[in-house]
Design a protein around this ligand. Structure first.
Ligand SMILES: [Zn+2]
Ligand SMILES: [Zn+2]
Length: 268
């Protein structure tokens, strides 16, 4: 049922984007009347109207908690005295993207949320996380002035097995709220790859090499693209996706993820 609320709220938000003022309110009033809106992560009843993101305050505080500043190149947490154009994690890495930003760190409840987001049953949570990204990261997104939001693709077989495409849902919700086109299918996965999390950093690069292809190249010429994904750890997947987009004509590629994976030795 919670899923139905999320879907209707999503429709309401899309209607707002279309310029309709009263229709979203009618949809909202109807859903609030049928069922009190609840947090799409912990299930607690929300004490405010059910407008997206349907995430309660304690969950939100956990998801966006950052005690340290972030590296502008790879989005990893850095100590204030280490602030610069890169950090110790990314200094020796070559990325095809120009910058990366993350809403939070892949640990605790945000880690749990990202894991859930890979399951179809938690689709409403993914949609809400897309709206939370819009709410908390709008300044960072706008500072990079993307023309297009492009979700990092998943191989079709994996997508079929999961029954959900998290990065697409995130990009759609984010794009709807920030009025930036989210383009599905422009970047696609050409082959199956092993799970990056199970590989060594050097193997991760090899695993994703030439894994992506581009459709609708004309729309990409000279465009500033922001790649959207749920998690980034070494940046190998995002970099390969960025390399493919730039080879196909994108002028600039940046990355936005829900969570930055920093391994066991995280700083924050
Ligand atoms: Zn909650
Ligand atoms: Zn860095």
């Amino acid at each position: 049922m919670n899923r139905r609320i999320a879907s209707l709220a999503f429709v309401g938000d899309l209607l707002t984007q279309c310029g309709s003022r009263w229709l979203p309110r009618v949809v909202q009033a109807g859903t609030d009347l049928l069922l009190p809106p609840s947090c799409n992560f912990c299930g607690c009843v929300l004490d405010r109207p059910g407008r997206q993101p349907l995430i309660c305050e304690p969950c939100r505080a956990d998801f966006v908690k950052r005690t340290l500043p972030a590296c502008p190149r790879c989005a990893a947490p850095v100590h204030p005295f280490e602030q610069g154009p890169d950090c110790i994690r990314c200094r020796k890495r070559r990325y095809a993207f120009q910058a990366a930003v993350a809403m939070g760190i892949y640990r605790d409840r945000l880690r749990e949320a990202v894991i859930r987001m890979k399951q179809r049953v938690h689709e409403p949570l993914t949609i809400s996380m897309g709206y939370l990204l819009a709410e908390t990261m709008s300044e960072a997104v706008r500072s990079h002035q993307p023309d297009l939001l492009v979700p990092v693709p998943t191989y079709w077989l994996k997508r079929l097995r999961r029954g959900v495409n998290g990065p697409e849902l995130l990009a759609e919700a984010l794009g709807a709220r920030l009025s930036i086109p989210a383009v599905k299918g422009m970047l696609y996965s050409r082959r199956s790859t092993k799970k990056q999390g199970t590989l060594l950093p050097v193997e991760r690069l090899r695993n994703v090499r030439d894994a992506f292809g581009v459709k609708r190249r004309r729309d990409l010429q000279g465009a500033s693209v922001m790649l959207i994904d749920d998690i980034m750890t070494t940046g190998a997947t995002a970099s390969e996706a960025a390399r493919t987009l730039r080879k196909a004509g994108a002028s600039r590629v940046t990355v936005l993820v829900v969570a930055r994976g920093v391994g066991a030795d995280h700083l924050a």
